[in-house]
Write a protein that binds this ligand. Structure first.
Ligand code: PLP
Length: 393
């Protein structure tokens, strides 16, 4: 049977592919340390689990409104008010099956064939594929490593054409962990307003920021920018709830309504139990979020030093998320590998450390390491990589 054209060039998520390979090696008895994970290594906090169980026992196991339970929308609205001083109406919020699927739905309702979406590199692997699946065209602009992987207003302005519909801003970023400052967002925002392009602000790592840095949403900088922005967020990373699949979008009512119509024919609603869990995540204590944040920060400080002591590794210091994104081109060259993809494969097979090659994120000289694993294992993994490079140098 012939497949549809739209999936012919679709590649599986690099992150999930490497994670699966590492798992396979582990199952064969290999002592592999996986640094590929895109999820916190903490359990979902107990009060959230309890709320989910209670909701099931009370019989809340049926369909909900397509855009999510009113109580969950209220919890999200309260979160926006508390954290960002942003005010949204329920009709400006849609809850979906994870931020990933919310983004998918957004591009489906936003893009006509040939519409362009500006995506800074390095990017989260799913953005280009989702844009293409909606008939759109990804237009890449390079977040230069010497500029901490951040794009400039000038680059953004130059990339805009009469086909540009939107730009994606992901701060803190996956894979780099880089965080845009308020001033930088203000300048990028000016270009978006001038050129009248929608800002898709993916803030899924909002809660994970370090070194006293503060997350700022571009939508909170002015009413005009709020009107021009769709915020994407969710509980996956903040509350260690990746498997529950709850994410949401906030923005212009017309867009949210179209997304809700589409969801009503595709998902019906996000899983009911998971929505009750998410209500507890937002309305309950936020202490576990801070416990996780602190643990990540502590690991970052230790591991960053060790990682940058490996010959041929240089790394922009992240201010958020839970990834390190070193440039290892020099290390690959000095150990005799043609490119970083081959170097990363050798790290998995020989050093028994699973990392994600940067080619999947649009920057082939880097690798992504997740520090969402115990400090013990992280130190062991970095020591293995150092030994591997030093032995082959
Ligand atoms: N956006 C970014 C930048 C991510 O890294 C991820 C998850 O890896 C998502 C969105 C999707 O999160 P969710 O688990 O809510 O689908």
């Amino acid at each position: 049977m012939e497949l549809a054209n739209r999936v012919l060039s679709l590649t599986p998520s690099t992150t999930l592919a490497i994670t699966a390979k590492a798992k396979e090696l582990k199952e064969q008895g290999e002592d592999v340390i996986g640094l590929g994970a895109g999820e916190p290594d903490f359990n979902t906090p107990q009060h959230i689990l309890d709320a989910a169980v209670t909701s099931m026992n009370e019989g809340f196991t049926k369909y909900t409104p397509s855009a999510g339970l009113p109580a969950l929308k209220q919890a999200i609205i309260k979160k926006f008010e508390t954290d960002q001083g942003l005010t949204y109406k329920p009709a400006e919020i849609i809850v979906g099956n994870g931020a990933k699927h919310v983004l998918y739905t957004l591009f489906q309702v936003l893009l006509n064939d040939g519409d362009e979406v500006i995506i800074p590199t390095p990017y989260w692997v799913s953005y280009p594929e989702q844009v293409k699946l909606a008939g759109g065209v990804p237009v890449y602009i390079e977040g230069k490593e010497e500029n901490q992987f951040k794009i400039t207003p000038k680059q953004l302005a130059q990339a805009v054409t009469n086909k540009t519909k939107a730009v994606i801003i992901n701060s803190p970023s996956n894979p780099t962990g880089v965080l845009y400052t308020e001033e930088e967002l203000r300048e990028l925002g000016k270009v978006c307003l001038e050129k009248d392009i929608l800002i898709v602000s993916d803030e899924i790592y909002e809660k994970l920021v370090y070194g006293g840095a503060k997350h700022v949403s571009i939508a909170q900088l002015s009413p005009e920018l709020k009107a021009q922005t769709i915020i994407i967020n969710g509980v996956s990373k903040s509350h260690s709830m990746t498997g529950w699949r709850i994410g949401y979008a906030a923005g212009e009512e017309k867009i949210i309504k179209a997304m809700t119509n589409l969801a009503s024919h595709s998902t019906s609603n996000p899983t009911t139990t998971a929505q009750y869990a998410a209500i507890a995540a937002y309305n309950g204590t936020q202490e576990p979020v801070e416990v996780m944040r602190k643990a990540f920060e502590e690991r970052l400080e230790i591991i960053y030093k060790q990682l940058t002591a490996i010959p041929g590794f240089t790394c922009v210091k992240p201010q958020g998320a839970f990834y390190l994104y070193p440039n290892v081109k020099a290390a690959a060259e000095m150990t005799g590998y043609q490119n970083v993809d081959d170097f990363a494969s050798a790290l998995l097979v020989e050093a028994k450390v699973a990392v994600i090659p940067g080619s999947g994120f649009g920057t082939p000289d880097n690798i992504r390491l997740s520090y969402a694993t115990s400090l013990d294992l992280l130190e062991k993994a970095v020591a293995r990589m150092k030994e591997f490079v030093e032995a082959k140098q």
